[in-house]
Design a protein around this ligand. Structure first.
Ligand code: ADP
Ligand code: ZN
Length: 299
């Protein structure tokens, strides 16, 4: 059986896993994200030990970004303009290639997770869909017409601009680039700062924070529907662990679109259209394994 290495490279932690072509994760560890040197040394040590026992076939890296996902670019596989100290213009994929000399797949963390959902989760059989995460940041990846979403660079769907009623919500937003873009208003850290709590986890299900959050995420979903015409939108991330939230978004999306996108998937069956990840918390790591498997097939 071919064994694949999948690395979910996040701004706070790296999850390194080993899995197979069925999407089964055999083992995994979590490494805190410190300096690139220290973090990557630990990543390489983990896989070195595994590679001694059972030979790895390929690596997949789904990374926080922005990244360069263009294989024809000289900086392919780099983390590029991140404000995260030490990681700007870091050649993350090259570091893995140098250490293991195996086929490698690379994409954004959210495109990776989308690929995982496509192969083994809630997006099986679809060709146009999105995977959105609402956590420390907001990001989305996915496919259009069967191809992973890339372009000039890659989508940055967290940084769209949505209506912000400053009387109702005077909070200025936390995005260092835009202030009150969607990410500035609706990401986990914005909830924490607006309501003065230690974690969004501390806000009970009936707190008004969740109605406001649902109204922002409904704008997001409505905009994505209008732009891409996805067959499904999968929404995960730490903030969505608030179980009351998803059900609050559904009717708001329908209300915003007002019957204009005249398809039963939205007008009648929105609970099956805007859904939680089929792979639950494993979408990211399974996605990285899926990137490795794809790289192995394409080698
Ligand atoms: P990351 O985006 O860094 O990968 P997560 O997707 O886990 O991390 O999101 C982290 C965010 O989710 C934090 O801002 C935290 O406050 C929020 N969060 C974590 N658990 C919950 C919960 N049960 N309910 C609501 N928000 C939560
Ligand atoms: Zn922004």
């Amino acid at each position: 059986m071919d064994i694949f290495a999948g690395i979910e490279a996040g701004g706070t932690k790296f999850v390194c896993a080993v899995g197979d072509a069925t999407g089964k994760v055999h083992e995994q560890i979590t490494i805190p994200t410190t300096t690139p040197e220290e973090t990557m040394a630990r990543v390489i040590e983990f896989y070195d030990n595994i590679n001694k026992k059972k030979k790895l076939s390929a690596f997949g890296v789904g990374s926080f970004g922005p990244v360069d996902p263009n294989p024809n670019s000289p900086t392919y596989g780099y983390i590029t303009s991140t404000p995260k100290p030490g990681w700007t213009d870091f050649d993350i994929l090259g570091t893995i290639k140098k250490a293991f000399n195996l086929p490698t797949g690379f994409d954004t963390d959210v495109n990776g997770a989308a690929l995982g959902e496509y192969k083994w989760g809630a997006a099986k059989g679809l060709d146009t869909f999105l995977y959105v995460t609402v956590g420390t940041g907001i990001g989305a990846g996915g496919m259009a017409g069967g191809k992973m979403l890339h372009g000039l660079i890659h989508p940055e769907m967290g940084h769209i601009f949505i209506p912000h009623d400053k009387e109702k919500d005077p909070f200025p937003g936390v995005c260092p680039y835009h202030g009150d873009c969607l990410e500035g208003l609706a990401t986990g850290p914005s909830i924490i700062k607006r309501w003065g709590v230690k974690s969004a986890l501390d806000l009970p299900a009936d707190h008004q924070a969740w109605d406001l959050e649902a109204s922002y995420l409904a704008y997001m979903v409505a905009n994505y529907i209008c732009c891409l015409s996805p067959q499904k939108i999968i929404i995960g991330g730490g903030v969505m662990k608030q179980k009351s939230l998803l059900g609050k978004i559904h009717p708001r999306v329908q209300k915003l679109l007002n019957g204009y996108i005249n398809n039963k998937a939205i007008t009648e069956n929105i609970e099956s259209f805007l859904v939680s990840p089929g792979l639950d918390q494993n979408a990211g790591i399974c996605g990285a394994i899926a990137l490795a498997e794809k790289a192995y097939q394409d080698r």
